[in-house]
Ligand binder design. Structure first.
Ligand code: FNR
Length: 378
């Protein structure tokens, strides 16, 4: 409403309020290698497009004569009540999006000002401890890519626990990098050349394995990171991961209901239904189309969701289909690229405002009402 009323006096918001216009603006502002890395996906990007387009086939039916003057968008997860149902999904090397190279700190500031929790990537350009300090009272989650060295895995997890993160989000679909033609055509991850992956570079086990200070040997440090990257996880690894932490474990990348069932049986604390925004495997069904089956298979275990969410309407649809919390990926990276922490916060606020207005108009005062109303495939 602030933007509507400002419009009465002719004021135009600094950044566009919709994802498509904002993306177009960010794409113009980004150097080509950054644009390709952030905007690009796997193969001909069919799944990536499908993720977004599939939301258009789900619809909701409004209810009238309901008092929605007050709305409650808060949700509970792992014993904590979050003021909004949004999450900043993990995005690696966000430093390439901001001029100062500290994308994670900017994202954390956006989380601190909006109350939207941030999931910090293992591939952070800022150390997870520094990110946690910027988060203030807003909770953070730590996303884990498991390196091949078990001691290094344990070290990353224990640092995240010590820094106050509320959950370990284990990404299952990225032990190798998918076939991404845009990056391959331009020389495979040019943006990683000389990158400073501070979660690794500051890690005592990583430093010991490198045998020299990564600050002085960044290229060798990156090569060691490449050699260590990508332990394939199987169900047999879950007890080992469990033994590393008391924090809740979230399994990210699950789209098949049988995998959801297996995750629940194996003791996962939550399931993250996601296809990595179509960056890892092409040809997959849109993630939102898999969500209802995953939610049903998960039973009482919470299901987080991301992939293709571009608006508050998409958020409400995902909640209606049973997601507990809905993750935003690329849109907040575009916000970072345009205006750092303020740009990311703007994106989150716009998505939230649209979700809130939709709930008001549609007669859904709470998330429980959204869930009860459901969404239908038309
Ligand atoms: C990602 N994603 C991701 N996921 C993860 O678990 N660890 C990571 O380090 C990254 N890195 C990353 C970088 C970039 C540039 C993007 C765009 C995405 C995937 C991310 O968490 C999320 O699943 C998708 O971005 C969701 O899809 P949308 O919202 O981008 O369509």
């Amino acid at each position: 409403n602030a933007i509507y009323f400002a419009g009465l006096s002719g004021a135009v918001p600094k950044l566009p309020v919709d994802a498509a216009t904002l993306e177009a603006r960010a794409i113009e502002a980004m150097p080509p290698s950054v644009r390709d890395y952030v905007q690009g996906g796997c193969g001909d990007e069919w799944t990536q497009r499908a993720n977004v387009e599939a939301f258009g086939r789900w619809g909701m039916v409004p209810r009238m004569m309901v008092d929605t003057n007050e709305r409650d968008l808060s949700v509970e997860l792992f014993g904590h009540r979050y003021p909004t149902p949004l999450l900043m999904s993990p995005i690696g090397v966000t430093g390439i999006c901001t001029a100062d190279g500290h994308g994670d700190l900017h994202a954390a500031r956006a989380a601190a000002t909006t109350g939207v929790p941030m999931c910090v990537s293992t591939l952070g350009n800022d150390p997870l401890e520094a990110v946690s300090a910027e988060l203030g009272d807003t909770p953070g989650f730590f996303q884990l890519y498991t390196p091949r060295d078990e001691e290094l895995v344990a070290s990353l997890v224990s640092r995240a626990e010590a820094a106050g993160y509320r959950a370990i989000v284990v990404t299952l679909d990225t032990w190798v990098t998918g076939w991404r033609p845009r990056d391959l055509n331009t020389g495979n991850f040019p943006q990683l050349r000389g990158a400073v992956l501070q979660n690794y570079f500051t890690d005592p086990v990583f430093r010991r394995l490198l045998g020299k200070p990564p600050e002085e040997h960044p290229q060798e440090a990156i090569m060691l990171w490449v050699r260590l990257f990508g332990r394939v996880l199987t169900w047999d690894d879950l007890p080992w991961l469990r033994s590393l932490t008391r924090l809740p474990i979230v399994l990210k990348g699950i789209c098949h209901p049988d995998d959801a069932r297996r995750a629940v049986d194996a003791g996962a604390d939550a399931i993250f239904c996601s296809n990595h925004g179509g960056r890892q495997a092409n040809g997959g069904i849109a993630a939102i189309d898999m969500l209802p089956a995953v939610v049903e298979a998960a039973g009482d275990t919470p299901v987080l969701f991301d992939s293709g969410v571009r608006s508050g309407t998409d958020v409400v649809k995902a909640l209606a289909l049973g997601a507990r919390i809905v993750g935003i990926g690329r849109p907040f990276a575009y916000g970072l690229a345009l205006d750092g922490a303020d740009g990311a916060a703007h994106v989150l606020r716009c998505i939230l405002a649209e979700a809130d207005l939709l709930m008001a108009v549609n007669g859904y005062p709470t998330i429980a009402d959204v869930r009860a109303a459901g969404a239908t495939r038309g």
